[in-house]
Design a protein around this ligand. Sequence first.
Ligand code: EPZ
Length: 419
Amino acid sequence: MAKFLVENKGPLRGEVSISGAKNSVLPIMAATLLCNEECIIQDVPALRDVEVMCQILESLGVKVDADFSNNRLSLNATEILHNETPPELAKRMRASILTMGPILARKGSAVVALPGGCAIGARPIDLHLKGFEALGAEIIFGEHHVEARAEKLKGNRIYLDYPSVGATENIITAAVFAEGTTIIENVAEEPEIVDLANYLNKMGAKIKGAGTDTIKIEGVERLHGTTHTVIPDRIETGTFMVAAAITRGDVLIKNVVPDHVRPVIAKLTECGCVVEDTIDGLRVRGDVNPLVATDIKTLPYPGFPTDMQSQFMALLTTVEGQSTVIETVFENRYMHISELNRMGADITHDGRSAIINGGAPLHGSSVMSTDLRAGAALVLAGLVASGTTEVTEIYHIERGYTEFVDKLRGIGAEIRKED
Ligand code: EPZ
């Protein structure tokens, strides 16, 4: 199996450019199923998950023209031939569930295999299905799949028990053609929701309030094609900000939206980093002050992102003192702790809380990626560990980070991929 070999080559310095957001392009690709004209998507990151979504769309009858060397996708869902995502593809990626809303809206029936994805928790889809039911769909469970069926969806008022990102996205796309007005309350406010709403509105949808806790959708008859540029990936941005901090380096991160990483800027600053919002991007310096322990608690946006929890924990193992981490979004997102402890970290956890006694030097070891962000965290730890760190199961990392090795080497990291 392929692995990354990482050495400590001192502080990272230089410039790195961020790619398009994985968690924006995936719902946008799925939403293209609502449109029977060509749509062009730009700044598409060349990722495993994007390739899988292309395969899913093609299996549904969408004409897909992927030009990854130019980060460009042309999608044309003139007709959707089937209403079911292929189970073998759906199991590989949880985001496949995002095709359910658009297919239900377009075909009146959508069938998906009960989703897979990272091993970071049960990750049910009850809130997605509750939204479809509120719009008038009948939900029928099979042994391994679930179907949502409705002749015509009707607008309604929906309250989300939890601001689920995926449920928000699926209910928005299901409601685009629904009769009348749909109001969804307690929705996710992530930037990726705003990007999706902007894309749909450019296609002729009538969606208001994305980015707030309430979204209002007026049903329309049809959507027309458009061209859209995906927002930069705020989690890749945060990952490289932590890479600068953990190596006590000085890195300029370009093609970023500072507003999308406010919690990460705040926490890195609290640790003693200097983060400058310059005309060229975010300059992150871990070499100005001695870094100090701090506490983080993950929350839905605009709180500290769960997708940055493992990377930040790696940083906290390198600063003197006791830090605490509370993971409130997923019930099982601490599998990187045992791997970091194999590298000499001193982390204990009980349920959703973890305590990091930082400062002990890390040493290289053979460690395993358990989800894409945990894998990135182990690479970051390897940048400051003595000796060689071997990171295995790197397919997780390659699902969410494009050109990860090249970008790190571009700012001075000693990392290489071995097949
Ligand atoms: C999205 O996943 C992201 N994935 C995740 O990023 C991210 O960690 C997560 O949002 C939270 O920000 C994509 O956008 C493709 P949720 P999603 O629905 O939509 C519970 C990464 O690293 N829940 O907001 O699956 C669920 O169990 C990935 O790029 C229900 O209970 O997240 C979880 O505990 C990992 N019922 C919590 O809500 C539901 O119907 C958050 O899940 C849906 C979710």
